[in-house]
Design a protein around this ligand. Structure first.
Ligand code: MTE
Length: 309
């Protein structure tokens, strides 16, 4: 997986605070590499440039990001994905891109990344369960891929599906959710430059439990929109029905924009707990659109966000 590098003249140490560089090395030396050992690309360093879209917040350490996960295909517990996702084979991998596109087909992971410049984007991730993290993703804009395959003029939405492989995804052996896990975005949300397909974290291939080899990241929406281990992308005219919307329509809507003023029916969304700060750390106020309002509020102008939650 060799990716063309734009020469920025910057090295890792120029773009990453020293302590992260050394923490990461210490973590890997301490055996943390086992967390990503299931990933066939684990030893392949990525060529990446820093992004203007990053927050200046301190990223969480890799152990926090890779040990506290939601990935129901591997079980319900937060520790289950780290424990069981190593069983997932991520190579070879391909994504079927179909529906209202000019060039439908099965695209290999290598074809998808061919000629793509990977960027490091440090994004806040706010889960609907009111915890949050800051993650240094490596990825590229979803819009770039959609432009390459050609979006037909009648397309209005983009639907995504995760792999179904119960032999390797033990959570899929029980009908906990209606597999595959499905998500969707309005086309303008999908084309927004903040919306990325991520293939790495901390400049390493993405750990299996975080959605290897390729997952969506939409930083102004609750984490459940950021679907992992994608195998299908379909351009549609109709709004697709997503997994959580289908399971519990009163609790999870199509939009799922982070909004401290619209509570989940069973708990408040006004504040959040940042993972890794210790159990007694003060909760922090949640920001509208997870703090990305300047960039995305215009997408929802005139919409009643209580109704379109
Ligand atoms: N994608 C799939 N396929 N299956 C899942 O269970 N969980 C979602 C989302 N993507 C999920 C998924 C939820 S609820 C959250 S909060 C984020 O992944 C968590 O991402 P992380 O584990 O990388 O922090």
């Amino acid at each position: 997986m060799k990716i063309r590098q734009r020469d920025t003249g910057l090295g890792w140490a120029d773009v990453t605070p020293r302590e992260f560089f050394f923490n990461r090395r210490a973590f890997l030396a301490a055996g943390g590499a086992a967390l990503i050992a299931g990933n066939a690309w684990a030893n392949d360093e990525l060529d990446v440039i820093p992004s203007q879209f990053s927050t200046d917040e301190q990223p969480n350490a890799l152990p926090d990001i890779a040990r506290y996960n939601n990935f129901y295909e591997f079980g319900l517990g937060k520790g289950d994905p780290a424990r069981y996702a190593g069983a997932l084979t991520t190579q070879p991998w391909s994504i079927r891109i179909d529906g209202l596109v000019e060039r439908p087909g099965d695209y290999s992971f290598e074809e998808i990344l061919d000629g793509v410049q990977l960027e490091e984007r440090i994004y806040r991730l706010r889960c609907v369960e009111a915890w949050s993290m800051v993650v240094p993703w490596v990825g590229f804009e979803l819009g770039e891929l959609l432009r390459r395959v050609g979006v037909q003029p009648s397309a209005r939405h983009v639907a995504f599906e995760t792999l179904v492989r119960p032999e390797e995804m033990r959570g899929q052996r029980v009908p906990m959710l209606d597999w595959p896990y499905r998500e969707g975005l309005r086309l303008d949300e999908a084309m927004h430059p903040l919306t990325i397909l991520a293939t790495g974290i901390y400049r390493q291939p993405i750990p299996n439990q975080n959605g290897a080899p390729i997952r969506l990241v939409v930083p102004w929406k609750y984490g459940f929109k950021s679907i992992k281990s994608i195998v299908r992308i379909t351009l549609t005219e109709e709004e697709p029905l997503n997994t959580w919307q289908d399971m519990a329509p009163d609790e999870y809507g199509y939009y799922a924009n982070v909004n401290p003023e619209v509570d989940h029916p069973r708990w408040s969304q006004a504040s959040e707990r940042r993972i890794g700060m210790g159990l007694f750390a003060r909760r922090m106020p949640t920001r509208m659109f997870n703090g990305y309002g300047d960039q995305v509020a215009h997408l929802y102008e005139g919409m009643d966000l209580r109704r379109y939650y």
